[in-house]
Each structure stands twice: as C-alpha cells, then as structure tokens.
Design a protein around this ligand. Structure first.
Ligand SMILES: Nc1ncnc2c1ncn2[C@@H]1O[C@H](COP(=O)(O)OS(=O)(=O)O)[C@@H](OP(=O)(O)O)[C@H]1O
Ligand SMILES: Nc1ncnc2c1ncn2[C@@H]1O[C@H](COP(=O)(O)OP(=O)(O)O)[C@@H](O)[C@H]1O
Length: 203
C-alpha cells in the first residue's frame, strides 16, 4: 500500500471502550514478554505462567514463536528485517488482545533491544513486563531441544541466534531467570510472585 493510501485511512472510535472490557473481566491487561535464546526455556515458562494465571481465574492468551511462524507470519524468515517485521506484527496482535482485556503471555527470541523497546512503547511501559530467560549458550546447545543447534553448527541453518546471528541481552528486565541454576517450578514461583501486584484489579 502506498503512503497516500495510508493517509486516506481514518481511526474509528468504538462505543465499547477498553475500560469497559477491563471492568467486565475484572482484570488489568498486561503483556508478559519472555525473551531469550532458543532452548533457554521461554515456551516452558510462558506455558507454565499462563496455566497458573488461567487456573486462578484470569483471562489469558499465549503467543509463541513457533506457532505464529506457522500461521500469521509464515511468510517471514530469520533475516534481521524479517525478525523485526515478525515482532512488529506480534506486538500489534498483542495490543489488540490487550484492548480486548486479556493478559497476554508471549515467548519470542526477540533478539534486538531496539525491537523490544518498540513493543514496550506500543503497548505502554507500565503494561510491558520483560522477562529475560537467561541461559548460557553452551547449556542451550547441550539441551538442543529441537536439534537446531546441531543443524546450525553444520551450516544447515543460517542466521541462527547465538551461532551466526546476535542476541542482545536485556539491560534492565523486569525479571531475570537463570534457568540453568533454577528449576522450572522455582522460576514460575518467582514470576507469579512478582506479577501478582500488577494483575490485581483495583477499581
Ligand atoms: N535461524 C533461526 N534462529 C532462531 N530460531 C530459529 C531459526 N530457525 C528456526 N528457528 C525456530 O524459530 C523459533 C524462533 O522464532 P521467533 O519468532 O521467536 O524468533 S524472533 O523473535 O523473530 O527472532 C525458535 O523457537 P525457540 O527454540 O522456541 O526459540 C526455533 O524453533
Ligand atoms: N528452569 C527451567 N525453566 C524452563 N525450562 C527449563 C528449566 N530447566 C530446564 N529446562 C528445560 O529446557 C528446555 C527449554 O525448552 P523450551 O521451553 O522449548 O525453550 P525455548 O522456548 O526458549 O526454545 C525444556 O526441555 C525444559 O524442560
């Protein structure tokens, strides 16, 4: 679409506002964003976090790299530009889900600081909780959950994060979880303990 066409698109106001939906669901929307290397534990912890919230009555949705890349973003690869477009679309989807009142849990490598900043700005700083799933490359490679590191080392996959593509660790994340030292349950206890205050509805 050309710039001209974008200029001819107008914002529509809805009668039902986000605040109405928040009151109905009795919760404040949030984006809980897991970032880290492949195999660091993002999906495991994002799933566990969603399960615990859901079982406690919260309205949630989980967005995960592999699944989104098989559907909405199946036209994108792993070049820097593609990763950025991947995350831009996901951020917009997460924003819509938050407007619907949901607590969104997201698990993406999201290797570039600048893109994570973009997501924070888009959804609002106070509603974006960045969780750094911190696991050394050596341990991720040893886990090699999907056999991708082995393929990357053999040169069968290009631009693999940590091997021949960068990962920029967060400098001031909301939480940093050393998954090579802490168990999954320890990490989940820390997450739930830290976000409890943020998700309680204050009328
Ligand atoms: N080149 C390369 N680099 C990194 N990861 C790769 C690559 N090729 C395929 N995969 C698989 O894609 C999953 C990561 O997708 P994401 O959407 O999270 O990546 S990104 O945020 O756009 O960087 C990632 O999932 P996780 O292992 O859960 O992180 C891999 O299964
Ligand atoms: N503390 C931990 N938190 C999360 N996963 C862990 C932890 N300790 C070990 N693991 C294991 O590490 C692997 C992480 O895989 P996964 O969650 O798919 O990572 P990612 O989504 O980052 O690629 C799983 O096999 C999981 O059982």
């Amino acid at each position: 679409m050309s710039k001209n066409q974008v200029n001819n698109v107008f914002h529509q106001d809805f009668k039902i506002k986000p605040i109405d939906r928040q009151k109905r669901l009795n919760q404040k929307p949030l984006l809980i964003w897991f970032t880290g290397l492949s195999g660091s534990g993002k999906s495991t912890l994002a799933n566990g976090t969603e399960q615990r919230l859901f079982q406690n009555g919260y309205h949630t949705f989980l967005l995960d790299g592999d699944n989104i890349r098989k559907g909405l973003n199946k036209d994108l690869g792993f070049e820097k530009e593609d990763r950025n477009e991947n995350l831009r679309r996901i951020a917009e989807v997460a924003k819509l889900m938050m407007e619907a009142g949901l607590i969104v849990v997201a698990a993406f490598i999201s290797p570039y600081r600048k893109e994570r900043e973009m997501i924070k700005e888009l959804v609002g700083e106070d509603r974006f909780l960045e969780i750094f799933v911190d696991c050394p490359l050596e341990e991720c490679e040893e886990r090699d959950v999907k056999g991708l590191y082995q393929k990357a080392r053999k040169g069968l996959i290009k631009n693999f994060t940590g091997i021949d593509a960068p990962y920029e660790a967060p400098q001031k994340p909301f939480l940093q979880l050393p998954t090579s030292d802490w168990s999954k349950e320890e990490c989940l206890d820390k997450i739930i303990g830290s976000i409890k205050e943020k998700i309680t509805w204050i009328a």
